[in-house]
Design a protein around this ligand. Structure first.
Ligand code: MTE
Ligand code: MO
Length: 325
């Protein structure tokens, strides 16, 4: 993989030509194959020594969120909750690299004085800081299945609030039909793949239809395992959409924009035939490079292992979301 970082005199983004995009997609697909299904080691990747195990534990030790109640509708699923150490050391956060063991690099994410700008077609635009978010919105715990498009899955205990509460607060206008989430991006601290400079559509963005965002399941997480989000999970605030593939849930969100037209997204710009804009979990729609009929359910740590499970339509959440489609 060719990784180039921008030189100061390259600050201007050159236009993305069709040929460059095509090459980048091929590179990116290659790096994804290496990073995901193919090359997964059966141990805690990037965590071989006792020092690195301690560093991992430290990265997961975050302030407790209390008081905290679990929403009774989402208090458990039929599978056990994934081991915390495993979930915190097997991540996707491409800003920090194209493999699963980015947890250490992600510790460079600066999260102090975080602001989330809520803007666009809303009556009450507002820039929130994290304290305001915690005070203003009803924080609760929800245990959700989590399914990555790469065909691995977990069960994760998120802490946060329903997206519909933000909709109520900012009041989208009648013209707002979609929402776009933008993740923090800073090439100085994020050593992930840049390939040809200008060729990857950073920052990471994702989008939803407004009716999807208003669904009961759509959630902003500010914590996991009863504590504030560790950086590798997308601190301090990220999206969680349990009926969709994991890539729809943007991490480390800095901007939420209500818009009239369907916005393009990071993955869809790069590889439109593999990462659709809707991306609901569906066992009958194979990824172009692998089947989605089964998944590797990752639960027990600290060593990485999995059980094969059948993929469920909408990741098992059809009763909540089937009417949307
Ligand atoms: N900003 C950003 N958000 C992201 C990603 C990413 O690379 N960058 N990866 C997505 C993918 S593919 C998955 S599966 C989940 C992984 O979340 P986790 O590491 O907390 O389990 O984050 C999603 N959100
Ligand atoms: Mo994913």
């Amino acid at each position: 993989m060719i990784i180039r970082s921008p030189k100061p005199w390259q600050k201007e983004r050159p236009p993305i030509t069709a040929k460059r995009l095509y090459l980048n997609r091929r590179h990116f697909i290659k790096s994804l194959i290496g990073a995901s299904l193919g090359a997964t080691a059966f141990s805690l990747t990037g965590c071989q020594t006792s020092e690195s195990k301690q560093a991992l534990k430290n990265s997961l030790k975050q302030p407790k969120i209390s008081p905290l109640t679990t929403n009774p509708n989402f208090a458990s699923v039929e599978r056990p909750i994934t081991d915390e150490i495993l979930a915190g050391s097997y991540n996707n956060f491409y800003e920090f690299g194209g493999n699963k063991s980015i947890w250490l690099k992600a510790q460079n994410l600066p999260t102090e004085n975080w602001k989330v700008e809520v803007t666009g077609l809303v009556k009450n635009p507002k820039t929130y800081d994290l304290d305001e978010i915690k005070k203003q919105f009803p924080i609760e715990e929800r245990i959700y299945r989590f399914r990555c498009v790469e065909a691995w899955s977990m069960v994760l205990p998120w802490v946060g609030f329903p997206m519909r509460e933000l909709i109520k607060a900012v009041e989208p206008t009648a013209k707002a039909k979609f929402v776009r989430f933008t993740s923090r991006y800073d090439s100085e601290i994020m050593p992930g793949p840049t390939l040809h400079f200008g060729g990857l559509p950073w920052p990471y963005t994702e989008s939803l239809r407004l009716d999807e965002m208003a669904n009961e399941l759509a959630f902003f997480a500010i914590g996991i395992y009863g504590e504030e989000l560790p950086k590798q999970h997308g601190a301090p605030i990220r999206a969680v959409l349990p009926w969709k593939y994991g890539f729809k849930g943007a991490k480390s969100i800095v901007k939420i924009e209500f818009v009239a037209e369907q916005p393009d997204t990071y993955w869809h710009t790069l590889v439109p035939n593999e990462y659709g804009l809707i991306a609901n979990v569906n066992p009958d729609v194979p990824h172009p490079r692998w089947s989605q009929a089964t998944e590797k359910f990752i639960s027990n740590g600290p060593n990485l292992s999995w059980e094969m499970k059948e993929t469920q339509l909408y990741n098992g959440y059809g009763e909540y979301v089937a009417a949307l489609y």
